[in-house]
Ligand binder design. Structure first.
Ligand code: MTE
Length: 335
């Protein structure tokens, strides 16, 4: 983000998966009662018979494929907006742990498989501890949420995530009366994550993000573990990442290993790097420009030189239902 303006996405128009195909895949899951027969295996190949031409079958943990059997499909939709092709969503990524080029995460993430993955929950909670991903979500139904993702760099996508309400996860750990914020931390592994060992990296690892507790409790905020009906690919933040659709994409921290409830506002990575350019709130706002470019418009991927697919950006990325969270806040100074 700090480094360069992104080039146009390489996808062609005919890579677009029509929504009808996507929806038929959804019905396929429902009709099959959760698809593949081998779901109980710890690493079954999921959705082998997928009608998506461009979505590869994935190796998924047994708990994930089990959850899919009872998934609530299309719990939130993006109206009639076209889904971003899977190929764009998985090959045009920001994940600086793997490098600063948009293609680095897809090129390198496949080889990075830290297992078993655990998440430390600590700080202002009644029930701190180290939890497996399966454990974190064991009481919740998995939901499909089709959200717009608006990057601060002025490109956007529409992605069908699979995940769980963040608020419901947090309630389980019993936030104390002192808890006012939630701080999220990404894994550090300098040996295997090229971007973290690079001498060119400006980031002070780990990547950190934060939300006010009431933002975290908003029903639109989720922890995602999948997308496009399959388990989350490494480049998109496997095994779990935050998705906060009314905020710029950098708030949606990937590959989380620690969730801490705090009394003080945490300092997030981009705010620490360039406080004049990136703030704590990072609510999508067409009226507050980035110092180096306008935020009034966005390029919806796929976007090419001849078909840039530019559209107006909406306040809170069109999620007007969150406006009440910011009633008393000056959105110009709290960017
Ligand atoms: N999380 C971590 N740990 N590291 C990152 O570099 N990049 C952020 C966010 N989460 C980032 C991260 C940015 S800038 C964006 S726009 C989104 O991830 C991109 O998510 P996507 O690659 O799934 O589209």
């Amino acid at each position: 983000m700090l480094i360069k303006t992104p080039s146009a996405s390489a996808s062609r128009e005919n890579d677009v998966t029509p929504e009808s195909i996507y929806l038929s895949r959804r019905s396929f899951f429902a009709a099959a009662g959760g698809a593949a027969a081998a779901l109980a295996l710890p690493h079954s190949v999921q959705a082998d018979a997928s009608p998506y031409a461009d979505v590869e079958p994935a190796q998924a943990p047994g708990w994930f494929t089990d959850k899919l059997k009872a998934a609530k499909w299309q719990a939130v939709t993006a109206g009639n907006e076209t889904l971003t092709p899977y190929k764009d969503a998985t090959h045009y990524n920001n994940f600086y742990e793997f490098g600063s080029d948009k293609g680095d995460p897809a090129r390198l993430a496949g080889a990075f498989k830290p297992e078993p993955w655990t998440v430390m929950v600590d700080g202002e909670v009644g029930k701190p501890g180290r939890y497996s991903v399966e454990d974190l979500f064991k009481e919740q139904q998995i939901e499909e949420r089709i959200y717009r993702l608006r990057c601060v760099e002025a490109w956007s996508m529409v992605i069908p995530w699979l995940g769980f309400s963040l608020g419901d996860v947090l309630k389980r750990f019993e936030p104390t009366a002192n808890a006012k914020y939630v701080r999220f931390e990404t894994i550090v592994d300098r040996e295997h994550l090229e971007g973290q060992s690079s001498s060119f990296s400006l980031i002070d690892w780990p990547y950190i993000e934060g939300l006010r507790l009431d933002e975290a409790m908003h029903p639109l905020a989720i922890l995602a573990v999948g997308m496009y009906g399959r388990v989350l690919p490494g480049q998109n933040g496997a095994p779990l990442r935050l998705v906060v659709p009314w905020k710029y994409g950098f708030k949606s921290i990937k590959s989380i290993v620690r969730i801490t409830l705090t009394a003080e506002q945490p300092k997030n990575t981009w705010q620490a790097l360039a406080p004049d350019e990136y703030g704590f709130y990072a609510n999508v706002n067409p009226a507050v420009d980035h110092p180096r470019w306008t935020q009034a418009h966005e390029r919806r991927l796929p976007s090419t030189l001849f078909s840039p697919n530019v559209m107006p950006t909406r306040l809170f990325n069109g999620y007007d239902e969150v406006a009440g969270l910011y009633g008393n806040l000056d959105l110009r100074t709290n960017y």
